[in-house]
Design a protein around this ligand. Structure first.
Ligand SMILES: *Cc1c(COP(=O)(O)O)cnc(C)c1O
Length: 369
């Protein structure tokens, strides 16, 4: 039995590491007397756009809203189809459904876990409007063939970058390869707030301008509503905290990369599959995901040794009760289903210390050898 217990992720430790700066930032907002949008949100938007190498950033309330508003600003609605990965977090699908449009799943490359560009063309119909790749686990999806398909078929590309803050595709930061990029700052993400928060980045000034209107009741001028919008504004308290954490993002991602390299080395030879890295990807290790045949047993045995782990995700969207009426059956998307049965996310985060990492590795050697 290992003497220490290792949580999957320690969010409080992340706060404590930056506590003096975070507390000052939050106090600044409280003292300002200004609590909706305003300077703090604008400053974060400017800084995050610069970080991503995109021309614009629009802060919103959460990642799901970012995805949803991306589709709304592209005028996606009933009768339209949006191509999504079969093995994503359900938010990607729900954003499409919220518009009254239909999510059309495409299976991932079993090696990268990201949407397989070679399978997308077969899923395109005259109703297809948008391709929606997800940079799952912090690994960039293969964007070049996706962007080429979009150009050939006159489609838009919306990236779900909720797990990919700081990742690069062929040397260029995720942030404006597609028409719109949707971000979540849910606390557990690589850039995480102290509550819900999200944003969109884009190089398109027209889309950015319309997003600012849509997130704020469809209003440009207070109490004048040009269209029926939403209330989905980034909270200035979260923006202030995110400005502090953005300054540490690269350093914290670098720590994750060191941990991932340690896992890779220490787990070689065990009966599990380690993450595969295509040469064009610079990932940010939001998650370190392994695959095993006896996943549930491995998770139980790790748990018995005080090691936390999670499954991302145990039920693919098409088999969720929420999509029962879409008419999918078990076996329809076998790659996603196989991943759901085999994936296991090991403890990963910038505050994971080497003794804890050693305990995870030792436990895996016991359980799997
Ligand atoms: C976290 C996440 C979202 C949703 O973000 P929220 O801020 O929780 O709404 C969307 N897509 C993916 C892939 C995510 O991991």
């Amino acid at each position: 039995m290992s003497p220490i217990s290792v949580p999957f992720l320690d969010l409080k430790a992340a706060y404590l590491e930056l506590k003096p700066e975070i507390d000052v930032a939050l106090a600044r907002v409280l003292d300002s007397g200004w609590y909706i949008l305003g300077e703090e949100v604008e400053a974060f938007e400017t800084e995050f756009a610069r970080y991503c190498g995109s021309r614009h950033c629009v802060g919103v309330a959460n990642g799901l809203d970012a995805l949803h508003l991306a589709l709304r600003v592209l005028e996606i609605g009933p009768g339209d189809e949006v191509i999504v990965p079969s093995n994503t977090y359900i938010a990607t699908w729900l954003a499409v459904s919220q518009c009254g449009a239909t999510p059309v799943p495409v299976e991932p490359d079993p090696q990268t876990h990201n949407i397989d560009p070679d399978r997308i063309a077969a899923a395109i119909t005259p109703r297809t409007r948008v391709l929606m790749p997800v940079h799952l686990y912090g690994q960039p999806a293969d964007l070049d063939p996706i962007l080429t398909l979009a150009r050939e078929h006159g489609l838009r590309v919306v990236e779900d970058a909720a797990q990919a803050h700081g990742a690069s595709y062929r040397g260029k930061r995720i942030g404006a390869h597609g028409d719109l990029v949707a971000w979540s700052f849910y606390p557990g993400k690589n850039l995480g707030a102290f509550g819900d928060a999200g944003a969109l980045t884009t190089d398109d000034s027209h889309l950015a301008e319309r997003l600012r209107v849509l997130r704020n009741y469809g209003s440009r001028v207070k109490y004048v509503n040009d269209e029926a919008g939403w209330n989905s504004r980034l909270d200035p308290l979260q923006a202030a905290a995110l400005r502090v954490k953005l300054r540490y993002l690269d350093a914290w991602n670098a720590r994750r990369a060191v941990l991932a390299a340690s896992y890779d080395k220490a787990l070689a030879g065990l009966r599990l599959e380690r993450p595969f890295l295509p040469d064009w990807a610079t990932p940010v290790w939001h998650l370190y995901v392994v695959q095993t045949d006896n996943r549930d047993e491995v998770q139980r045995e790790l748990n018995a040794r005080g090691i936390g782990s999670l499954i991302h995700y145990p039920i693919p969207p098409h088999l969720q009760q929420a999509y029962a009426r879409a008419g999918f059956a078990a076996g329809d998307l076998p790659i996603a289903e196989r991943l759901a049965a085999r994936v296991l996310s090991l403890p990963m985060g910038p505050q994971l210390e080497s003794a804890a990492l050693g305990a995870v590795i030792a436990a895996l050697h016991e359980v799997l050898s």
